[in-house]
Design a protein around this ligand. Sequence first.
Ligand code: MOS
Length: 691
Amino acid sequence: MTDLLEPRAIGQALVRRDGEAKVRGTATYAYETPVEDPAYCHPVQATIARGRVTAVDTTAAAALDGVLRILTPFDAERLASTEDAEYAVLQSPEIAFRGQLVGVVIAETSEVARQAADAVVVTYAEQEHDSTLAVDRDDLYAPEQVNAGHETDTAEGDVAAAMATAEVSIERTYSTAMYHNNPLEPHATTALWDADAQFLTLWDSTQGVHPDRAAVCEVFGLDQEQVRVVCPYVGGGFGSKGRPHANVMLAAMAARALPGRPVKLALTRQQMFFLAGYRTPTIQQLQLAADRRGRLQAIAIDVVEQTSRIKEFAEQTGVPTRMMYAAPNRRSTHRLAALDVPVPSWFRAPGECPGMFGPEVAMDELAEELGIDPVELRIRNEPEVDPETKKPWSSRNLVRCLREGAERFGWADRPRGRRDGDWLVGYGVASSVYPTMRQATSTATLRFEDGRYVAEIGAADLGTGAWTILPQITADALDVDVADVEVRIGDTRYPTASVAGGSSGTNTWGSALVVAARAFRDKFGGSPADGDEVSGDVDQAAKDDAHAPYAFGAQFVEARVHADTGEIRLPRLLGVFGVGRVVNPRTARSQLIGGMTMGLSMALHENSVWDPRIGQVANHDLAEYHITVNADVGEIEALWIDEHDPYVNVMGTKGIGEIGITGTAAAVVNAVHAATGVRVRDLPVTLDKLL
Ligand code: MOS
């Protein structure tokens, strides 16, 4: 148990420190880093889904004015490590998915590079490919573990027996679509090797400069001291920049072909659909058994999803089912198909986001079957301790979130299939959850410099608010005015920091900053001298392993469905969350409503439509991959309860970047069902499914 920091700056709705620079356009992003005489890259991508490159004819491309170099699998430098097949760019003529990198053109302008890339003629020996995910494939396999190190399968008791004898049981299959990360800033890099190719600088759009550097060093066989990664600003990542993708390795490789000259590489919107990761489609088979009073006797989820043939990523979709509700008989499994498809990766709340869809719709279906209010059904199945680990919760306020949300939303007076003119109206609810994580590695230094406290840590701000809230935490730990504190982030010249992922940034970097601040205070007292400096490590911060730490929430949705056309409108969304202490209500609210908006988008709009004949996403463009826009969102509100959690960390924070997207899509489906009586079990909910 920790005494939480006394909040002074913490809890203030301070404006973003980076806001003005962003609004004025003076904040430089990776691609726009001012460098002298840059060259520009354009990738060449495979136009088959499986086979090998037999020849590359660069004659016409090389003849274009302004083309500097063209690299192909036959002449590119050999990398030190090809262990990670996603990163082994141009190392082999083998093609594992359509859109794979098979070359790069470096030219004086981006236009010439693109034109020349189109003029490169690649000849292939094509093989049949297989890219269709299905539950009855005979090659499904169990991965060794699933993302974030979770067990692949878990089991307790006897689900089959409970299903056979229970008073009420439901068995349903749900599916979520394939989703592509589309941050506003595409994946982009400016890369520069010094003249003798001994030192590499990467200005790269990344969720973590140190993990980014580590991956590049591994691939190129470099010491950490030979590479600097700089990234002060990121135009969104959502997980897709949590680990570098092949484009970063290609940019570094292209730059090494022109030592001393900077090169720039930005993926186009279309290229991002092949190279920047995505969320696997999931098929979720759910079983729930309960007694007449709604107490769950069994809960089981069996997940089928895909990965690529060359690199495994196993989304942990079954994981939230393991801990959400009490039931004596439980099971969760994950099975994968390794297909001729691009490499899937992190996408906001991997695991929890798709994994809170099937179960939270199933709970609604069970509630209907039992004739019990779905809010009440959840409350009746509230576990005393974490059903998975049997540890007590660090704090679990799901019931408070459900009750407060119900009260504010007017749940008691909810319409069920009420008709308002031509519109059918219904309300839906679902729970949200996200684990509270803290990474093992992160260091901060704190120095007194020109009358101010300056902290340095290689953290990242994806638009999330880190630039603003890390000074708030540091100021409170030092007991000084937040205006006297500056925290510098986004550069490997600063001490090592963990990835901005798993909603763990604030928990991790904040803990390191507090250790540094307290050490500074102990050493130098209240009147330090210029140059006084200490460092602090997250591993020196108190850590509790005796409790199960999670953030919880409840989301409420009003759906209006046009009786004749099936058009769906969502005039109201409300999320009530228990996320520990909120450091900055302004940036926190943005995180939560951003997550909810993305959940709405998942429910109604987003869908990477796979064409199995050619093995690619048919709508690989923002023109056709629909993302929720302002006009799709009515009133959206995110609130949080006052929650004091002394076990998570000294700030009392639980992480807020991802919980907002969990459960939203289920609440939408449940609301649409309340309005229309139609249960959509396959996302997205489009009007054709309602007619
Ligand atoms: Mo988040 S998908 O863990 O970056």
